[in-house]
Design a protein around this ligand. Structure first.
Ligand SMILES: Cc1cc2nc3c(=O)[nH]c(=O)nc-3n(C[C@H](O)[C@H](O)[C@H](O)COP(=O)(O)OP(=O)(O)OC[C@H]3O[C@@H](n4cnc5c(N)ncnc54)[C@H](O)[C@@H]3O)c2cc1C
Length: 318
């Protein structure tokens, strides 16, 4: 109930205007967002690199309403890629297709995506396409495949274990040599398309992780290119039971640690991130930044009620 309400608020214009006007909300969001500028984000990545972790940078923004905004987002992402390459930091970039026009016109979005991948390829960088609401999954996979078929190797996708369709998607994508980030799924979906119960989402997560780890055994798929390119399998979760399952299973099938990586969000379970690095696993942290932090922040509140109580109790104490 609470989760659905917060996800609803994440999309409500009135709630966005109200929350983003509160200086306190902005400060609280800083727990999950590296800052509003590229400089702040690069500094956060530098600190992660020093701590032995790689990063993926996300210029916040989604559900762009007009083609001028989609064009502007594309230019800013290209600028971000240039800055990452110049900095020499170990990071790649994650993008959302609705930020570059997916909801406006699929062909326009394809053009922007191509321009971004071209720019990234020249700089030797990898781009991950985040997965958004279930309604966007078919078009997202279609555009991913279109660009792969056109020769773009420097791109990967995200699969959500919450969706019934994901097992079929993973099997097909692994056949195609796709680099996949596995997540549980951050959106509220209808029971017709997604498991309503958390335990089923978790069980599906383990099944899909198992498929991805098996596919990663082949040599040549190890962690590559100074941390900017991810391996085939990226296991993105803060759930220690899922993490333990992956560690145990990888050991059982003899999969070297270099053939997969763990991914976590900036500011969440830092102690687990550090512990994994100490154990010799690859860890990549997703570092969001920019002014469009509201929907991202609300999804993080929705994931864990304790975050919401922290936010509200601090608000009331002011
Ligand atoms: C690197 C990365 C990229 C992602 N990309 C996408 C994407 O493209 N599309 C998409 O739909 N989703 C994405 N997600 C979000 C994902 O789908 C989940 O919503 C999110 O990771 C929470 O699920 P969990 O696997 O951590 O498990 P959960 O069972 O939700 O959480 C396990 C434990 O982790 C801790 N935890 C989890 N979330 C929080 C939080 N917000 N604040 C504090 N503690 C928390 C808690 O201790 C919790 O008990 C991404 C997640 C990561 C880590």
């Amino acid at each position: 109930m609470l989760r659905s309400f917060l996800i609803y608020l994440s999309k409500a214009g009135w709630a966005r205007r109200l929350t983003t006007a509160l200086p306190f909300a902005r400060r609280t969001a800083r727990r999950f967002v590296a800052g509003e500028s590229i400089e702040a984000a690069l500094q956060a990545v530098g600190e992660l690199n020093k701590a032995g972790m790689q990063a993926t940078l996300d210029l916040l923004g989604e559900h762009t309403q007009d083609s001028a905004a989609a064009n502007e987002a594309r230019l800013q992402i290209q600028q971000l890629l240039t800055r990452v390459a110049q900095s020499g930091l170990r990071s790649n970039v994650s993008i959302k297709l609705t930020q570059i026009g997916l909801k406006l016109d699929e062909a326009l979005c394809a053009q922007h995506l191509k321009a971004i991948l071209d720019a990234a390829a020249l700089l030797g960088l990898f781009v991950r396409i985040d997965m958004e609401e279930a309604a966007h999954v078919p078009a997202t996979l279609r555009l991913y495949r279109q660009l792969r078929a056109a020769g773009h190797e420097n791109v990967g996708v995200v699969i959500q274990s919450a969706l019934y369709r994901s097992e079929e998607d993973v099997l097909a994508l692994l056949q195609e040599g796709a680099r996949i980030r596995l997540v549980k799924g951050a959106y509220m979906e209808a029971h017709e398309v997604a498991y309503p119960r958390k335990k089923d989402v978790d069980a599906a997560y383990d099944r899909l992780a198992d498929l991805m780890l098996h596919a990663s055994i082949q040599p040549g798929l190890e962690r590559g290119r100074e941390g900017t390119w991810p391996p085939l399998a990226a296991v993105a979760t803060h759930d220690t039971s899922r993490i333990e399952f992956v560690k145990r299973h990888a050991t059982e099938i003899g999969l070297p640690k270099e053939h997969f990586e763990f991914q976590m969000l900036f500011g969440i379970r830092r102690e687990v991130q550090t512990q994994l690095v100490q154990e010799g696993y690859g860890v990549r942290v997703y570092v969001p930044f920019g002014r469009e932090w509201y929907p991202y922040f609300m999804r993080r509140l929705a994931e864990r009620p304790a975050n919401l109580w922290f936010f509200l109790s601090n608000l009331l104490r002011r």
